[in-house]
Write a protein that binds this ligand. Structure first.
Ligand SMILES: C[S@@+](CC[C@H](N)C(=O)[O-])C[C@H]1O[C@@H](n2cnc3c(N)ncnc32)[C@H](O)[C@@H]1O
Length: 284
């Protein structure tokens, strides 16, 4: 099978069901979605009217966290499950944080439409020496990492900002996301930073919200990315022994909020957990 056949096959498999990337794009106010995605998103909003705010919260956290890492000295980012390009893509945030515009970024997604749009965005706005978009599956960690290194954009001897934002809730325990995360944590240089956010279904405010969340989780079973919420404790394991930056693992709007942060008055209502951790340097 040629590369083109592979892409066509993946496309066929991706447009007869809603896709997480395109539904998320709809929630963010983007334009890269199909009727099947919009109908699905509206069904979700009918059950959980605040779900759109949760998507915007994830995206806002991504921006604040990438800026934080760039200001803390990270000069290269790997963004796994990068989704459809929208406002505030990692390379744009990093370049805005560093006037020297010397930060390198590799975007990876396993959704063919997201990947195609990322390539178009990069062709229009990016620097081919510093920015690249490639196909890869988070769960095929050694293969994905090999592809990242083959771009020549990332130097694995230097610290990396590994961003896996709003992705892990689409991966069930049976697919062992913890193992993949362990691979990346082992592989990255000391001083690297890990940016994660995740949906949680813990502590619903009332039985209506609990039922709404269960129904939405059942809806997602019909998409190309069925998923699940995790508790704070389950989420914390993805960071391994890396050290959480202040304020630790919190609901996303409480992570270094700025003037534009939505839901900062009630961070827990977004149901998005978030954190940034750093790989410790070996003690001498
Ligand atoms: C909700 S979007 C998040 C997009 C982006 N990270 C952000 O925060 O705005 C989730 C993305 O994860 C991608 N994804 C899901 N499972 C994946 C996997 N196993 N490997 C790579 N990408 C994956 C989906 O295709 C989708 O683009």
């Amino acid at each position: 099978m040629t590369g083109d056949d592979e892409v066509l096959r993946a496309l066929e498999g991706s447009i007869d069901r809603p896709s997480a990337a395109r539904v998320y794009d709809y929630f963010l106010g983007g334009t890269n979605h199909y009727a099947i995605d919009r109908e699905f998103a509206e069904m979700v909003l009918a059950k959980l009217p605040k779900f759109g705010d949760s998507a915007r919260t994830c995206r806002q956290f991504l921006g604040r966290a990438v800026r934080y890492c760039a200001l803390a000295g990270i000069r290269q980012f790997v963004d796994i499950g990068s989704g459809l390009p929208t406002q505030g893509n990692v390379h744009e945030v990093a370049d805005a944080a560093r006037p020297e515009e010397d930060t390198r970024v590799v975007y990876i997604d396993n959704e063919p439409i997201a990947l195609a749009h990322s390539k178009v965005l990069l062709a229009d706005t990016a620097d081919p020496h510093r920015h690249r978009a490639i196909a890869g599956d988070l769960l095929q960690a050694p293969d994905l990492w090999q592809r990242v290194l083959e771009t020549g954009v990332i130097d694995e001897r230097e610290p990396v900002g590994l961003v896996i934002n709003a992705v892990l809730h689409f991966i069930g325990d049976d697919q062992e996301p913890g193992k993949a995360l362990e691979f990346y944590r082992d592989r990255l240089a000391p001083g690297s930073m890990l940016v994660l956010s995740h949906v949680t279904m813990q502590n619903p405010v009332d039985s209506a919200e609990r039922e709404g969340m269960e129904e939405v989780a059942a809806y997602y079973e019909r998409t190309t990315n069925p998923g699940r919420g995790r508790t704070s404790e389950e989420f914390a394991r993805f960071f391994g022994d890396w050290v959480l930056e202040e304020p630790g693992l919190v609901y996303a709007p409480a992570w270094h909020p700025d003037a534009g942060t939505i839901s900062s008055g009630h961070p827990e209502r977004t149901r998005i957990l978030a954190g940034v951790a750093r790989k410790p340097r070996p003690s001498t």
